[in-house]
Design a protein around this ligand. Sequence first.
Ligand code: FAD
Length: 466
Amino acid sequence: MKTLDYILSDPRLTIRRAGQPDMEGRCVVYWMQRAQRAVDNPALTAAIDAGNCLGKPVVVFFQLVPHAHHANYRHYQFLVEGLAEIAAELQKRKVGFVLRRYPDHGLLQFCSEVRPCLVIADENPLMEAEHTKTRIAEKIIPPFWTVDSDVVVPSKLLAKEHYAARTIRPKIHALLPQYLRKVENPAAQFPWRTPSHVLSLVPDPSLLDNFPIDRAVAPSAYFRGGSQEAKRCFEQFLRSRLKGYATQRNKPDLDGTSQLSPYLHFGHIGVQTVALAVQRADAPAQDRNAFLEELIVRRELAVNFVRFNRNYENFDACEPWADVTHRIHVRDPRQYLYSEKHLEDAETHDPLWNAAQKQMVLTGWMHGYLRMYWAKKILEWTESPLAAYQIAVRLNDRYELDGRDPNGYAGIAWAVVGKHDRAWGPERPIYGKIRYMSFASTSRKFNSKAYIARVAALEKGALSDP
Ligand code: FAD
């Protein structure tokens, strides 16, 4: 059995409130937020190991709160679809699941009811989640630890904001042998029973009835949330699309990517699970390596960006060279100038851009190659880089199921303010030295007509895949 010292020695773990667990306490609480899964979850493993070591049962606490940053019905529905499975899987491991929703959702209230000796949470590098944890750490009575569960390399080990993939890659690769490991899934030795005075809701779709959320964006008819769906989607990718990924991932007409981003965002599948299975898969090394570069290096570069640059959601994330170039070009005449509403409604002169916007609005997911083009054109067609940044963040977060994610903020910062990129020549109107993408060059890279036709079929409801 693992000792507390051993659990504490894991670099994934951060002590938010120090102290010895009170042996009078009744349980260990795992406050699940980002890592919404009951298997391959390092925070849950730490909670179960700690419970077994302290001789206490473990209960997972999940709170459903409205008004999560930029979240709407589409995101909430996807989240709720994953909850029933979590409860069922936890039961197999003798771990409890207590679900509360606003206004009865407070963690401190729950702690006063169950008197834990220790509280563990997972990490989320985004500001809103981090502020909540800081506030909790100030008020909570038992020791409070967090575990960085949704990255391969614990993000604090990368220590500072990295300039680009080429600077972070060697550091990540050097740490992979130590951190790209199978997550253990122990069972709790002391089963949890929810006391009768403790309120716990049933994790079913009625949770969203009368819940005060923004309902303007409908749930996706193409992506269903939950770990089972994540697994099914991943297995399909391993079987039929990993082979060829290196050459086909930038061809939106072929749909050669994994479409795992919504599941990774909600933590329905763990990054370690995906990375290890791809490493072992029967596919050419160039395909496996290309995928792992996106899944680990690019994704953890994005986490590094939001963790160490608190301007990630606004124009101040700008690199100094990009700031200079934008100041020079901000008043350049725009041949096309669109309002946010025109963009949102896909009413531009550009059929490829409109198709990409529609794919996102209709399905909750846009192909990655087109996300670059999409954001670059918002820069070109709006009144200023500042406006472009804000509009891109709002639309991305509103419609993408994987929105509100470090990857989205890093992707938009890359496209609009040169984050993780370099200055490019020749200098162009509006873009200055920011990397340029044109309709002609982008359309030449793949069969754009086939992609546009595909989205038209989606619009008519004639396709079941996004
Ligand atoms: P795959 O090609 O199958 O890649 C597997 C996983 O690797 C992805 O699920 C993702 O987690 C990670 N990944 C892939 N490409 C990138 C990348 N460029 N940067 C960081 N991680 C990557 N990703 C989001 O998850 N949420 C967003 O809101 C988001 N918005 C973006 C906006 C813009 C303007 C740009 C340029 C990129 C954005 N991305 C975002 C990154 C990337 O486009 C998506 O992660 C990817 O297209 C998702 O599809 P997939 O799961 O099929 O990717």
